[in-house]
Design a protein around this ligand. Sequence first.
Ligand code: ZN
Length: 100
Amino acid sequence: MFPKKILVSENDSLIIEWDDGNVSEINKYLLRKSCPCALCEVEKDNNHHDYNLFREDKTQISDISVVGQHAIKIIWKDGHNTGMYEFNQLFSLAEKGYSA
Ligand SMILES: [Zn+2]
């Protein structure tokens, strides 16, 4: 699966239009919690309830950019920008639906 179009909705969800025509919406909390960078892995280990990740500025998307042919980078309002979300990961997040 390959995203044809990726945009950020008004409530900071990620809207992805896939190359087969399907459209997915990924909830911002789910997205932030799933940040694959090493920093967040540590933070998740230290915070069993992930409460730090739910601070409002941590779950607002500032910008997104495409990285090569396989991933996007999300820049969050708190300045966090080390997470690369592979298209495969986005697809499996999308399948989890709207639950955060
Ligand atoms: Zn991260």
